[in-house]
Design a protein around this ligand. Structure first.
Ligand SMILES: *[C@@H]1O[C@H](CO)[C@@H](O)[C@H](O)[C@H]1NC(C)=O
Ligand SMILES: *[C@@H]1O[C@H](CO)[C@@H](O)[C@H](O)[C@H]1NC(C)=O
Ligand SMILES: *[C@@H]1O[C@H](CO)[C@@H](O)[C@H](O)[C@H]1NC(C)=O
Ligand SMILES: *[C@@H]1O[C@H](CO)[C@@H](O)[C@H](O)[C@H]1NC(C)=O
Length: 787
């Protein structure tokens, strides 16, 4: 903020006058209150006092006079949008796509799995860069439970040959570098090609194979209906539908002894089933999606506590028993191997269209041949390290605007996470360059997390360690996991951030020629055009923004800490993810060939993040829209009500009508309070009037606390999530608001009679807690009479 925007107002508010009067009275009495017994003494002390006063007076003449204490009610602050716009334009000019591409090269040079020396080296290098730019850098170290394959002894699958009595290899468990020399060189590393899933149990199992589609609960039910038993079998499943961890848990609970996962070319290959990488960006048949199988977030050994030396650990035996770790071996295989396995099955042909896909084989449900799955994996406690770099805010240093992404990858990670990390670095660099002339009002904090891939571990442990501090200080969190394409902006955010994100996108000029020719001159124009419908019914000013659930570090900030969060990605046209996800082919060559040959898309994301960051860090009123929050909540409540109605919950829940009506009433109150605070802030943000420091603090405190109101740890059975609206669904990839209530209702509808009552109690308890939260939100936003 420029100094000209701070002005002293004429006229003194009455409360201040009262306070000053008290202050003056006290001072006076302490000066004259001493009682003296004799004249000479009194005279001399008077002379001494006079001398002292004279000295002070002369000193004051020499130095500048002490200013009177500033009265926060009288200091007026004015919004200065022009300054922010100018700053944004200047920063945007400084951003270079070429530099982002260069950063990707060093970030993705080595295989850098969490807990390895290579990854620690990267984090240290990042730390040095930020220090060099003038940020104050801190590392946060933890020792957490990770898991690795045996890189010299990959997982294998064999089939028993009745004639020879031999085990024949079906899968040797790894892929090979391919394509032109430059690409092969980048892919080459003895660890790159190895197929593995983290946290799989170690061991060898033997049995026949059953195909279970996506491994959803309904898929296993279907097998049961067809009298195909999975007990004692190895289950073959394809990625999609539900998270990896849920698939394994489901198979395990049905008595399976092992799991084989594959990417169906239907979803990740070219339409014809050709293995086209490096001709295009589809996943070839000889590589896999790596990933974690943890059924928790954060270090499973220290739930709800940071993994510091003084914190006790839970035994892995206990974690397996409680279901946080898989009990059976599992591995991914390339679709070539999956097709080979399918062809070795001789059981029932799958008639269901929804069970078939793009493998060059008939999809069968089962077979009589015996297979042997050997998984060589190891659980081990390893050090991890987060890097946090801070640029201090000038006016509100204890308010933090955070920008973050993870550093660790499954292989070299040129797309996930290096594209995101490199874009973030460029944002940090241009901000540092301008920080002398235009320091931010609030502090800007850049974070580089470790062990995200294993289960959002670095960010979880940090939130567990710093939770109380973050609660008091963090304004918002911007996460940029990766950029996998150059066409569609994919943004998931809480409603409080809808407006500022759309404003930020409007400030980013569209540089793509085709887009410009079609009249889409800003990033917002393209986002609105390509992105789908507005999250607020009837509001055409907003672009499409999804729910902030999902599988990157921002999820911990919203779901555990109640920090308004956004995840920003860019993808190829019509794709929500990318087929080479977590494969060995995520190297710089691939980024330059298929994602952003000139770095332009990467620069666009960096510009967008820059605009969002400076707006959150510089607007005098935190640019949150409470009205959007209230509006979205009431929209979602309609959906919730319909869902509960559909499941016939109201029939069985005593007082359902009363409790839902109270919820609606409380939401309307929240909305009214939101409109009032919005009105007041609009006068300030439109620069029609200034605001006193005290009033401004009052408004900003309210806006900052608002999201936290929806935290309620007691509503949940586990300590992993606390947010009544945005905690992710248990099924993890599914995105629904109020997952706690929606899913419990779903479980209730499927449950045995004996479990129904307690589930019903959970539903009514959650509705009551939500009602209370809405009521509290309304109370929180209420402003005192205008000073
Ligand atoms: C990995 O496998 C090799 C070869 O079988 C073996 O020598 C080595 O001990 C294994 N490493 C671990 C960590 O188990
Ligand atoms: C994995 O299991 C094999 C036997 O199935 C055993 O020899 C090996 O030591 C185990 N490795 C680890 C790391 O537990
Ligand atoms: C797939 O491969 C076949 C044979 O190599 C080729 O004729 C066809 O054009 C390819 N299809 C695509 C979509 O690349
Ligand atoms: C944009 O992405 C497409 C693939 O979706 C790719 O063919 C094209 O080369 C990319 N453009 C640039 C400039 O990188």
């Amino acid at each position: 903020m420029s100094s000209s925007s701070v002005e002293l107002l004429e006229g003194t508010p009455t409360s201040w006058r009262k306070e000053s009067a008290i202050y003056l009275t006290e001072t006076k009495s302490s000066l004259v209150g001493t009682h003296h017994s004799s004249w000479p003494l009194a005279l001399s002390s008077l002379l001494i006092s006079f001398g002292a006063l004279l000295t002070v007076f002369l000193l004051l003449l020499i130095r500048s006079p002490l200013p009177p204490p500033l009265d926060p009610f009288r200091i007026q602050v004015w919004e200065d949008t022009k300054r922010i716009d100018l700053l944004g334009r200047k920063l945007q000019q400084g951003i270079s796509g070429g530099r982002i591409l260069d950063s990707i090269k060093w970030l993705a040079k080595d295989v850098h799995v969490a807990g390895t020396a290579e990854n620690e080296k990267l984090l240290n290098e990042l730390g040095s860069m930020y220090s060099g730019w003038g940020y104050s850098v801190r590392f946060f170290d933890y020792s957490v439970l990770l898991s690795y394959p045996n890189y010299t002894r990959p997982n294998t699958i064999e089939v028993y040959d009745d004639e020879s009595g031999d085990w024949l290899t079906v899968s040797e468990g790894f892929g090979r570098p391919k394509g032109p020399k430059e690409l092969r060189n980048q892919e080459s590393d003895s660890r790159s090609g190895v197929w593995w899933s983290a946290y799989s149990a170690n061991g060898t199992v033997e049995g026949s194979i059953v195909y279970a589609n996506y491994g959803r609960s309904a898929d296993f039910d279907m097998l049961m209906n067809m009298k195909i038993d999975v007990k004692g079998k190895i289950v073959l499943m394809r990625f999609g539908g539900v998270s990896r961890a849920v698939k394994i848990a489901e198979a395990e609970s049905r008595g399976a002894i092992g799991v084989v996962l594959f990417s169906d070319p239907l979803l990740s290959g070219p339409p014809s089933g050709n293995n086209s990488f490096p001709v295009d960006m589809s996943l070839p048949g000889d590589d896999v999606q790596r990933g974690g199988l943890l059924r928790a977030v954060g270090d499973p050994e220290t739930p709800s506590l940071p993994s510091l030396p003084f914190v006790p650990r839970q035994s892995t035996k206990r974690l397996r028993r409680m279901g946080a770790l898989p009990r059976i071996p599992a591995t991914p295989v390339g679709s070539d191997v999956a097709a080979r396995l399918m062809r070795l099955l001789d059981g029932t042909l799958s008639k269901e269209h929804r069970w078939q896909g793009g493998l060059s084989a008939d999809y069968r449900m089962s077979g009589s041949r015996r297979f042997r799955l050997s998984v060589h994996s190891q659980l081990t406690r390893r050090p991890i390290r987060n890097m946090i770099a801070t640029m201090r805010g000038t006016m509100e240093p204890d308010r933090w605007v955070m920008v973050g992404n993870h550093v660790d990858a499954w292989v070299k990670g040129a797309i996930d996470p290096a594209t995101g990390t490199a874009a973030q670095l460029e944002v940090a660099r241009v901000l540092a360059e301008s920080s002398n002339l235009s320091p931010p009002r609030r502090s800007i904090v850049f974070c580089h997390w470790d062990a995200e891939e294993f289960g959002l571990i670095g960010s979880s442990e940090w939130i567990e360690e710093m939770g109380k501090i973050l609660d008091a200080r963090v304004v918002a969190m911007i996460n940029v996991d990766h950029v996998a394409g150059n066409a569609s902006l994919q943004v998931k955010a809480v409603p409080l951030l809808f407006r500022v994100l759309s404003e930020a996108a409007q400030s980013v000029e569209q540089r793509d020629e085709t887009e410009r020719e079609n009249g889409r001159l800003t990033l917002l124009d393209s986002w609105k055009y390509h992105g789908g419908r507005s999250p607020i019914d009837g509001d055409r000013n907003l672009p499409h923004i999804g729910l902030p659930g999902g599988a990157s570090d921002h999820q911990r900030f919203i779901s555990l800490a109640g920090v308004p969060s956004v995840d920003i990605k860019m993808t190829a046209k019509g794709r929500s993810s990318y087929p080479l996800y977590h494969s060995m082919h995520e190297v710089p060559w691939t980024v330059e060939r298929f994602v952003s040959s000139d770095g332009a898309a990467l620069a666009t994301v960096a510009r967008f993040v820059t605009e969002a960051t400076i707006r959150l860090a510089n607007h005098v009123v935190i640019p949150f829209s409470a009205v959007d929050y209230a509006q979205t909540l009431s929209q979602w409540l309609t959906i919730l009500h319909a869902k509960l109605d559909h499941l016939e919950v109201p029939k069985y829940l005593i007082n359902y009508d009363l409790s839902f009506r109270s919820l609606i009433t409380a939401t309307s109150k929240f909305r009214e309070a939101a409109e009032k605070i919005d009105e007041r802030t609009k006068e300030i943000t439109s620069e029609k009037r200034g605001v006193s420091v005290t009033a401004l603090n009052g408004i900003n405190d309210r806006l900052m606390r608002l999201e936290r109101i929806f935290l309620d740890g007691d509503a949940f059975h586990s300590s992993l999530h606390k947010h009544l609206v945005f905690s992710p669904s248990k099924i993890a990839t599914a995105r629904t608001p109020f997952a706690l209530i929606m899913e419990t209702a779903h479980d209730w509808s499927m449950a045995d009679q004996s479990d129904k009552e307690s589930l019903l109690e959970t539903i009514s308890d959650s509705i009551a807690r939500l009602t209370l939260a809405m009521q509290t939100a309304a109370e929180l936003l209420e402003l005192p009479q205008e000073e």
